[in-house]
Design a protein. Structure first.
Length: 157
């Protein structure tokens, strides 16, 4: 496969993965369309914030424990924002959110860095159409997708 075709295929896979979260309803769930045996875990944020709460840290600890007990799984971290603020601000904020979750998973909870992939979309590709405050809340999120896929598959790398 040519390099450009491969990159395009990975980009489409990343867009498809991100789009799959539109129907999420619980903190951790089996997600249709993801690789077999995948689960998605969601960390929600206040407007403009990338701070993790004690509850978030506990959820990340649970993901880390699952990953440490199963050395064949990897995690993809996807940072997102609502549409409050400029697109540039939201792009940086979604990166800071994804980096905060990455830091907790890798540095605080000792998951090997080569098993974790990080990407972010800012306000692009929202999980939910931002028609109201509930939708905005759903878009202030980082998704942690744990699967048996290889790192580099979802974020277009």
């Amino acid at each position: 496969m040519s390099k450009s075709k491969s990159k395009g295929t990975r980009s489409l896979a990343a867009a498809a993965l991100i789009g799959l979260f539109a129907a999420h309803a619980v903190t951790a769930q089996e997600t249709k369309g993801l690789p077999r045996d995948s689960t998605a875990h969601f960390i929600y944020f206040d407007t403009g914030s990338h701070a993790l709460s004690a509850k978030d840290e506990g959820q990340i600890r649970d993901v880390a424990a699952m990953m440490q007990s199963s050395p064949t799984v990897v995690a993809t971290i996807i940072g997102k924002t609502d549409s409050v603020g400029s697109a540039d601000f939201n792009e940086r904020l979604s990166k800071r959110r994804a980096d905060a979750v990455f830091g907790s998973l890798v540095y605080d909870n000792k998951v090997a860095q080569n098993r974790v992939e990080v990407c972010w979309t800012g306000e692009r590709l929202p999980f939910m159409s931002a028609a109201d405050e509930t939708a905005d809340l759903q878009n202030r999120v980082v998704a942690i997708v744990v699967s048996k896929a290889t790192v580099g598959h979802f974020c277009g790398r």
